[in-house]
Ligand binder design. Structure first.
Ligand code: ZN
Length: 160
């Protein structure tokens, strides 16, 4: 069975037990979560979120950058979320390379691209929280809190 066939079969089982029809579009917990695409992180599970509860915005590193702000602005202004959790994690792949190394590996086509690696997870989360707080497109009332998820324990620790 191919991966696609396995996933299609899993979806059929999900549909058979589906009970989440009719949910409103605005997230019920009025919350957005920004986190890394890392396969070991399942924010719905580690935060106890159900379908309809929250926007989950994921990218490599769980960065709040221009693209993330675009999503958060839509999340808040059009869909009513009132706060964001920014969750980095231990052992993040973004700690393992530099732009120079990746440019070298990928060749000239990549040279203008900032892949946005970082050397310190907590510091990067802090910067992301600051980006949200300082965005002129999000009101001061929009909350932003940073955490680091530990891939060994499953625990989230606040970033001061
Ligand atoms: Zn990561």
């Amino acid at each position: 069975m191919s991966v696609v066939q396995e996933l299609t079969a899993a979806n059929a089982r999900y549909v058979a037990g589906f009970s989440k029809s009719g949910l409103p579009m605005p997230p019920g917990r009025r919350l957005a979560v920004v986190t890394c695409m890392d396969a070991r992180l399942d924010p719905a599970r580690f935060l106890g979120l159900e379908e309809g509860d929250a926007h989950v915005i994921r990218n490599a590193g769980g960065l709040v950058n221009e693209e993330t702000v675009r999503s958060l602005v839509i999340s808040h202004h059009l869909l009513g979320t009132q706060e964001a959790l920014v969750i980095g994690h231990s052992d993040c792949g973004m700690l393992t390379f530099t732009n120079d190394e990746l440019h070298e590996r990928l060749g000239p086509e990549s040279h203008g691209i900032d892949f946005q690696p970082f050397p310190d997870v907590a510091a990067r989360v802090r910067r992301s929280v600051e980006t949200i707080r300082q965005s002129p497109l999000l009101p001061d009332s929009f909350g932003a809190t940073g955490f680091v998820y530990d891939v060994e324990s499953g625990a989230i620790e606040p970033v001061e």
